[in-house]
Design a protein around this ligand. Structure first.
Ligand code: SF4
Ligand code: SF4
Length: 187
């Protein structure tokens, strides 16, 4: 069956294609991207469904979905696609659009989470789960939210109280400093 899109739907699909520099019409919904996605089970639209939404101009559904914020940008989907469709880039593009339009209602605290994530990375040079989740839960006024899980992970040695130093931390922190300086100049 041939599907005819209205002008708005076509424009949305085209915008995403322009942003990622690729036409995603070739996706034939094989589902290999979803089969490899480590967190597809948490998503209301799995990766291949997101691609279908974009093909059909489902702007509202795509931009207000939890899926785009849950995606961890691991690029497994992209590497598995037999049609070389950059699924991870589509997720990026959707996040950029949603953030630009202030449409983060699906994950209200997502901006805070990303800011804290970057602070932790700048400070330690790598992720420190305890530090990140502790601060996030405190600032969202839910300090005990993950304590049961945290206790289990600590007992199994999956959560570390300390973060081993990384090589070249100063140089790494210098990148953050330069990015901030460039941003100030641009403003
Ligand atoms: S793996 Fe590629 S072709 Fe298959 S559903 Fe995903 S995006 Fe479409
Ligand atoms: S990049 Fe996102 S959608 Fe793709 S496999 Fe990783 S988490 Fe899933």
């Amino acid at each position: 069956m041939k599907i005819t899109l209205d002008e708005h739907s076509r424009a949305f699909a085209q915008k995403i294609s322009d942003m990622i520099g690729q036409n995603i019409d070739g996706c034939y919904q094989c589902g290999k991207c979803t089969a490899g996605c480590p967190i597809a089970y948490t998503m209301e639209f799995s990766p291949h469904e997101v691609i279908r939404l974009v093909q059909l101009g489902g702007e509202e559904e795509a931009l207000t979905s939890h899926t785009i914020w849950l995606c961890a940008s691991c690029e497994t989907c992209t590497s598995r696609c037999p049609k070389n469709i950059d699924v991870a880039a589509v997720m990026d593009a959707l996040r950029i659009l949603a953030f630009g339009q202030g449409r983060t209602e699906a994950e209200k605290e997502i901006t805070l989470f990303h800011k804290l994530f970057l602070k932790v990375i700048e400070r330690f040079g790598r992720v420190n789960d305890l530090h990140l989740m502790g601060r996030y839960n405190l600032l969202t006024l839910n300090p005990l939210k993950d304590w049961r899980l945290g206790r289990k992970l600590l007992a199994k040695g999956k959560l570390k109280l300390t973060t081993p130093p990384v090589k070249g931390l100063r140089e790494f922190q210098e990148i953050f400093r330069r990015v901030r300086a460039n941003q100030s100049e641009e403003q």
